[in-house]
Design a protein around this ligand. Structure first.
Ligand SMILES: [Zn+2]
Length: 225
């Protein structure tokens, strides 16, 4: 039987996760949320003028119940510009702090902050941290399942493109087809596209052959345990 997996990988843990999770819960969809544990309550400015604030994770940990919590480094740094020791601290430190903040012991997925990574950074994370899989921001619209659990490409970063690609995903005749949507919850806020996200969730729900899984579940299914 043909398998179709779809993953939502949402970065940064901003206050708009509340809106995304409320839509996910409405449609019974689970996502993977990649969080920087050191940046609770932190605010930065999108395009220098729209404030984007991270959640207070300590008081919101229950929001993520039923969803996967994953690492995105402690401080959202450029991993290509620090040394080996700092890479390990940023990743393992985040895993440990996230486990404490979210009161769970199953955190092992990782999403690379920014789009800057290289083979050296990847190999350090793979060999010296407790991460079980790495998602990068490179786009691959082929729906091929990842061939390397430490270098998982994404299908789309844009909700309009995701909706556009969806019929192709449905028609895909590969033994295993994978659709990975990656982005931030604030994307839907700044682009005013929460309605598009809901449209996409409805499309997904209308096709029961699609299994919406977390990143960890995808990796376990594809690479077996
Ligand atoms: Zn990020």
């Amino acid at each position: 039987m043909l398998k179709k997996y779809l993953v939502f990988s949402i970065d940064d843990g901003t206050i708009y996760d509340k809106d995304v999770i409320s839509l996910f819960n409405k449609y019974g969809i689970r996502g993977t949320f990649n969080i920087n544990s050191n940046l609770a309550n932190f605010t930065w400015y999108y395009n220098d003028n729209i404030p984007i604030t991270r959640l207070d994770f300590m008081s919101n940990y229950e929001l993520y119940k039923n969803h996967e919590v994953a690492s995105h480094t402690l401080d959202h740094i450029h991993l290509t510009s620090v040394d080996r020791k700092e890479i390990i601290r940023q990743v393992n430190g985040d895993l440990t702090y996230l486990s404490w903040l979210f009161k769970r012991n199953d955190i092992s997925s990782f999403a690379m902050p920014f789009s800057d990574n290289n083979e050296w950074v990847n190999s350090i994370i793979k060999e010296h941290t407790n991460v079980s899989n790495i998602r990068v921001s490179e786009i691959d619209e082929s729906f091929n399942p990842p061939s390397d659990r430490y270098y998982i490409k994404i299908t789309s970063l844009d909700i309009n493109r995701a909706i556009e690609l969806f019929p192709k995903f449905l028609k895909s005749r590969k033994k295993i087809s994978v659709f990975i949507y990656a982005g931030h919850s604030y994307d839907f806020y700044v682009n005013n596209t929460f309605d598009k996200l809901e449209e996409f969730l409805k499309l997904i729900n209308a096709h029961k052959e699609i299994e919406v899984v977390t990143m960890k579940e995808l990796v376990d299914a594809i690479f077996k345990k």
